[in-house]
Ligand binder design. Structure first.
Ligand SMILES: Cc1cc2nc3c(=O)[nH]c(=O)nc-3n(C[C@H](O)[C@H](O)[C@H](O)COP(=O)(O)O)c2cc1C
Length: 192
């Protein structure tokens, strides 16, 4: 990689940020682009190549079905009708939503669960970064609904965990989260 390419990669990495679903409009990524994002996710470090994750994209008519499940999950969790409708409307905002599903092998002889979870995190980061590189806004979201039995059974198979959803679309506003990151020096030191 030459210096110009290296700079571009670093700029992309350091400029990565989430964009909330209220700022995500049409169009979302195409089917081919979703494959590209998945390919990027598959480059995450993965001990023993277990691929402890998979994605399920929701677009088109399936969004209404997912939104209705969000509403039902909110009601089941004790939200009032108004709150549940808000959850449904939020689910419809992003043109494409991608469920992140972890499949952790708890009995693996060589790779403990925490290493597999680290891979899932890396996959999410790569997916988000690739989305931004293609010009899309994205944000990883979860909340109590990711743990709801209704949504878990709709998205996951036996033994799988619903991590949450990545909302994707074209940013209407390039709005960054307000919270600041710590200085790098606060996060790395020299062990001796
Ligand atoms: C697995 C996972 C679940 C998340 N769930 C939520 C969520 O439900 N709501 C939320 O506001 N942020 C959630 N976040 C954090 C946002 O995706 C985002 O990273 C955060 O707002 C910081 O913004 P940034 O990505 O621009 O630094 C989650 C992140 C991860 C990795």
């Amino acid at each position: 990689m030459n210096a110009t390419d290296a700079n571009l990669v670093l700029q992309a990495l350091m400029g990565r940020h989430s964009i909330g679903q209220r700022y995500l409009d049409d169009p979302g990524p195409s089917d081919d682009e979703l494959l590209t994002l998945t390919e990027a996710a598959l480059r995450a470090p993965d001990h023993a190549a277990l691929v402890p994750f998979r994605f399920r994209a929701v677009r088109g008519a399936a969004r209404a079905r997912m939104a209705s499940l969000f509403e039902q999950a909110a009601l089941a969790a004790g939200k009032d009708a108004e709150g549940a409708v808000l959850d449904r409307e939020r689910a419809l905002k992003a043109p494409v939503t991608v469920a992140v599903i972890a499949r952790i092998d708890l009995g693996h002889p060589q790779v403990p669960a925490h290493e597999q979870w680290a891979c899932v995190g890396g996959a999410i980061a790569h997916f988000l970064l690739a989305a931004q590189a293609l010009g899309y806004g994205a944000k990883m979201l979860s909340g109590a609904k990711a743990r709801s039995a209704l949504l878990t059974s709709a998205f996951c198979g036996p033994g799988e965990t619903l991590v949450g959803w990545i909302a994707l679309g074209t940013p209407s506003l390039d709005r960054r989260a307000k919270h600041l990151k710590p200085a790098a020096g606060e996060v790395i030191d020299f062990w001796s």
